[in-house]
Design a protein around this ligand. Structure first.
Ligand SMILES: [Zn+2]
Length: 163
């Protein structure tokens, strides 16, 4: 229920009333359907949803080429928030965030993966939390307000860790 509410909240944040976006609607319906029908990891599905949501609302991140010099990249340790993409080893790192190459690969993989294949993905805890951090930052800087639906889940998770 919480993840379903989160998907709806993201769409509410990105769209104005009466605006039509068929692809975004398809993404929402598919995500709800996958949650109902498959033994999917909700957190992984939510990250895949966020990536597709960013792409469909014009804030997609390029993980294939350096966002500064356009050189093809297979990995990176930096994501530029200004240029919406990875940065190669030659270019200056500015206005973004350092990430581990494992996290870069995981985000890139999820970005290219069809939504209905996300149930096969398993991410190690460090990668999972870094992917979560980066996507919530990307969402935080691009839209008029930050989603709140997942705050309660994060709160419970923190509580569990401290037990
Ligand atoms: Zn470059």
């Amino acid at each position: 229920l919480t993840y379903g509410a989160y998907f709806c909240e993201l769409i509410d944040i990105a769209c104005v009333a009466e605006e039509s976006n068929k692809e975004l609607f398809k993404l929402l319906v598919s995500s709800l359907y996958i949650m109902k029908s498959k033994a999917v990891d909700y957190e992984v599905l939510a990250r895949a949803f966020e990536l597709k949501f960013l792409n469909l609302t014009g804030y997609g991140v390029d993980f294939e080429r350096c966002s500064n010099c356009s050189r093809k990249i297979s990995s990176s340790n930096y994501i530029s928030f200004q240029n919406y993409g990875g940065v190669c080893s030659e270019c200056e790192k500015a206005n973004g965030i350092y990430i581990s190459p494992g996290t870069f690969s995981a985000i890139r993989f999820l970005n290219n993966l069809p939504l209905d294949k996300t149930y096969r993905v398993n991410l190690p805890e460090e990668v999972r939390s870094e992917v979560n951090k980066i996507l919530s930052m990307l969402i935080g800087v691009n839209y008029s307000r930050k989603p709140k639906s997942l705050n309660m889940l994060d709160f419970f998770k923190e509580g569990k860790k401290n037990e």
